[in-house]
Ligand binder design. Structure first.
Ligand code: ZN
Length: 81
């Protein structure tokens, strides 16, 4: 299976757009742990990943590669889908 990447120029999060259509000025993205659970700003960002708050895709902000999906988050945010 080919790796999926979100859409961006890979240098600026302001231009990043998830393949679900969410972007930094929409629902946005949030730092998360390895399984895509949002972490508080005070917590240590060990996993170094961000999660799309619209679809739950977990993104590596260094490569913009989609590395997973938090289905729990999708259940909360995606009732309208
Ligand atoms: Zn998304």
């Amino acid at each position: 299976m080919e790796n999926e990447y979100i859409l961006s120029n890979q240098s600026d999060w302001d231009t990043a757009e998830c393949i679900c259509g969410n972007h930094a000025f929409g629902d946005g993205f949030c730092p998360c742990d390895a399984v895509g659970n949002q972490i508080t700003p005070e917590a240590e960002w060990i996993a170094g990943l961000v999660v799309c708050l619209a679809c739950g895709r977990i993104i590596d902000p260094g490569t913009f590669e989609i590395v997973g999906r938090n289905k729990k988050l999708v259940g909360v945010w995606f009732e309208a889908e």
